[in-house]
Design a protein around this ligand. Sequence first.
Ligand SMILES: [Zn+2]
Length: 151
Amino acid sequence: MDWQKIVIHHTASPTEVRRSGKNVPVTTTMIREWHLSKGWSDIGYHFVIMPDGRCAEGRPLNRPGAHCKVGHRNSIGIGICLVGDFSETEVPEAQLVGLVNKVVQLMVVYRLKLGDVELHRDVFGAVTECPGRYFPADVFRKELEVGMSCS
Ligand SMILES: [Zn+2]
């Protein structure tokens, strides 16, 4: 794969679901199940950032994603997804830190620029609010700049 972009998403889901009468946190295993039930081959995202900032691996980076149909982003873009619905709530601080750390790491590895990091809704042709209307786009960009200047 020749990764040229990083595309940021949210699950647009609660962070916990009810399973066998208990509230349990959403995991990559569950997201994989949601995507398999759509007939996809695997989870669509390459990485998932949990509410506490931990990063979990999704689809391996040697395979195209299934996260953004327009602009060839599935084949040129690494898909990163935050668990949560940021059209409903704000992104927890720890989760934003975890996202910034992962994106900076990938930018260094794949020699990407700030302009190569996109929110799903900003990809030309995408018709979505993803990663949610409360996603702090300006703070995210500022923190990426700081992260890149220190790496
Ligand atoms: Zn998205």
